[in-house]
Design a protein around this ligand. Structure first.
Ligand SMILES: Nc1ncnc2c1ncn2[C@@H]1O[C@H](COP(=O)(O)OP(=O)(O)O)[C@@H](O)[C@H]1O
Ligand SMILES: [Mg+2]
Length: 316
């Protein structure tokens, strides 16, 4: 089967996508080659170092046409989507591939879109009684209240950005206006959530079930961009030490959401745990896949090596 891997893209997570793709390529050294395509430039490439130095090109019909022509010329029969954030994760690329009848890894268009939008995801969580932090929705076109709607601290974040871009924890009321402004710079739709103190967890799920939970201990404050991507800025414990009855409940809710949100492939739920009360924050439909990422860590604890995990994603 002729395979292609899409990476790079236009989002703020472009460098992370290249890192995931590069780890995968390195792990598959003895298997048949596949085509690497940077969707941010619609370029076929082989050298990660030089591709990562290039900026994405402005989206246009010509850029989309070029992407499709690569798929056509090379007779691509299946695509592995290793894009993070933006149009690669929110259903756009998935829709384009659906129109071409080319199968791809991960969730479909609708589930990707809902998964990327924290407002829509939280509405589904509430519908199925899965605990999520109390929240309100603000739109750029609508009214912004002069003060936070919950007792401080609160979290202000864009509905559809990843990697903690535009997210602020407000501890003093004077930070409200600036936090809202910053979140609106990333998205026209934002949410304000009650801050949940306590522990930070993430649980990968795929068609076969929930995988061991990972606890994340950022060295300072929030699990933000720096804590996520700088070495030594966070400590990871896997499997996290959680009382079995509590873990069972969280896993049950994670599997319920996986089914109801119609997710596919490997996803990751981010969760806060305040003593014995847990709160689902979001789902990541295209989680990071470098050999040091959280999903590979969890699968490793579940007895699946990085290489096996990649084989499952790619060829499964
Ligand atoms: N309501 C909240 N209470 C406590 N911490 C939060 C809350 N919302 C977000 N955070 C912190 O910010 C991080 C990023 O938020 P998240 O909702 O997962 O968005 P994303 O990962 O897409 O930026 C979380 O991992 C957590 O550390
Ligand atoms: Mg997250």
């Amino acid at each position: 089967m002729k395979l292609a891997m899409l990476c790079g893209g236009h989002s703020s997570e472009r460098p992370i996508s290249f890192k995931s793709a590069r780890s995968i390529v390195e792990s598959l050294e003895n298997t048949p080659p596949f085509l690497l395509i940077d969707t941010g430039r619609s370029e076929v490439f082989t050298d990660f170092d030089s591709q990562m130095r290039k900026n994405p090109l402005p989206p246009s019909p010509a850029l989309v046409k070029k992407l499709l022509s690569h798929l056509e010329i090379h007779g691509i029969e299946k695509v592995c989507i290793m894009l993070h954030g933006g149009t690669g994760e929110d259903g756009h690329i998935q829709a384009l591939l659906d129109l071409c009848r080319i199968p791809y890894t991960g969730s479909g268009m609708g589930a990707s879109h809902v998964g990327m939008d924290k407002v829509l995801s939280k509405i589904i969580m509430e519908y199925y009684h899965v605990p999520t932090p109390p929240w309100t929705y603000l739109s750029k076109k609508g009214h912004t209240p002069p003060a936070p709607p919950f007792p401080l601290p609160v979290i202000v974040k864009p509905a559809s950005e990843g990697s903690t871009v535009g997210l602020t924890k407000i501890e003093k009321e004077c930070g409200w206006e600036r936090a809202v402004e910053e979140a609106f710079q990333a998205d026209d739709h934002i949410l304000v959530e009650r801050y949940i103190p306590g522990r930070e967890l993430t649980i990968p799920v795929d068609e076969t079930g929930a995988w061991p939970p990972v606890e994340i201990q950022p060295q300072k404050g929030l699990y933000d961009f720096e804590s996520k991507y700088s070495e030594g800025m966070s400590r990871y414990i896997c499997p996290a030490n959680i009382i079995p009855s509590l873990l069972e409940k969280m896993n049950r809710d994670a599997l319920l959401l996986y089914e109801k949100m119609r997710l596919q492939g490997v996803v990751r739920f981010d969760i806060r745990l305040d003593r014995e009360d847990y709160f689902f924050l979001e789902v990541n439909t295209l989680p990071g896949m470098t050999s040091l990422s959280l999903v590979p860590m969890s699968f490793q604890a579940g007895g699946i090596s990085y290489r096996e995990l990649i084989q499952r994603i790619f060829y499964g």
